[in-house]
Design a protein around this ligand. Structure first.
Ligand SMILES: [Fe+2]
Length: 332
């Protein structure tokens, strides 16, 4: 997946003409350097009509030629759609379209339990120490609340107990709806048989804001090597572990630049995360150095933040049920 995204980005780069702001005769072009004077528009309100993710449009906008950038919103959307369609393989397009229809089907039928979760209410979601650190927005303010028990793995108090409770209840409510309607849902990734994609039942915009305003500022400081300041997309989901759910999770790296993992509850034993150092794609199975060994026991509401390529896994949850919120932060 990472490779595909990388390849796609290169293809678009490769298509640009040498001039920074020209339209090629072969079709629409992009400027090499983004326009820094202009803030990109949001396109979430057009989500149902757009062929691609609204975040992709926001990310692309500042690369538009000046004449297009200053034109109407409709014109910009059309221009960007033309570009994206040209560089999106046919199989990708139909996959995106199918996924859009799938999501729409869920959103138009599922009745949320806690509507308050569907828009960002920072003061209700996060603990005050976390909000203070984010508003100060300095390395010092982040270090004050974070513990870096192993290089590149940060833990800190993040979510309010009430938020965790509501999110657990919302997920339970969604799963009840899935069971009752026999709706066939897609699981969060290839490794988890249980769990739900939060973005698929309406939480996408809230989680995008979560990523942009509350994870990206920290990543800008601690994950520069993976483009922490330019994260622009996410995959938000919950995973469920227990003796009657997924039990453990093998050693792996995530399909993300930066991963946020927060335990929402409930009561459980086991389920510790184990970390074994960051590796590039070529050396993902190389030996672990003693200083890279780090084990972490989950505490509800406490976040763990690491680079997606930091090798890790989860030990067996030996009793009870453990539900974790995951936000895979990406740079498209
Ligand atoms: Fe993972």
């Amino acid at each position: 997946m990472d490779q595909r995204r990388e390849a796609q980005a290169n293809e678009i780069n490769g298509s640009r003409s040498n001039e920074n702001d020209s339209v090629s005769s072969k079709g629409p072009a992009l400027r090499l350097y983004p326009c820094v004077e202009k803030k990109a528009e949001k396109y979430e309100d057009l989500e149902e009509e757009l062929e691609f993710s609204p975040h992709l449009y926001s990310a692309l906008e500042r690369h538009l030629p000046t004449s297009v950038l200053s034109s109407s919103r409709d014109n910009k959307v059309q221009y960007m759609t033309d570009i994206l369609l040209r560089y999106s393989p046919r199989s990708d397009r139909s996959r995106l379209q199918k996924h859009g229809e799938y999501r729409q089907k869920i959103i138009s039928n599922y009745q949320p339990l806690h509507r308050v979760l569907y828009t960002m209410h920072a003061a209700d979601f996060f603990v005050p120490s976390f909000i203070k650190a984010i508003s100060e927005n300095t390395e010092e303010s982040f270090r004050k609340i974070m513990s870096e028990a192993s290089p590149g793995v940060f833990t800190f108090e993040m979510l309010q107990p009430r938020f965790c409770e509501m999110m657990l209840a919302e997920v339970q409510n969604f799963e009840k709806w899935v069971r009752e309607t026999k709706f066939r849902i897609m699981r969060p990734n290839t490794m988890n048989k249980f769990g739900s994609v939060l973005d698929d039942f309406g939480l996408q915009n809230m989680l995008q804001k979560f990523m942009e305003d509350f994870i990206r500022p920290i990543s800008r400081v601690f994950f520069t090597e993976v483009g922490g300041s330019t994260l622009d997309g996410h995959h938000g989901f919950v995973v469920e572990y227990g003796t009657d759910r997924d039990i453990d999770l093998g050693f792996h790296v995530d399909d993300a630049e930066v991963t946020l993992n927060v335990c929402l509850g409930k009561q459980f034993t086991g389920g510790e995360l184990f970390f074994r150092g960051v590796r590039c794609e070529k050396h993902v199975n190389s030996d672990t150095q003693p200083e890279e060994i780090f084990d972490y026991a989950h505490i509800a509401g406490r976040a763990i933040l690491h680079c997606g390529r930091h090798r890790h896994g989860a030990r067996a949850t030996t009793s009870g049920q453990r539900i974790n919120l995951l936000i895979w932060c990406r740079r498209y």
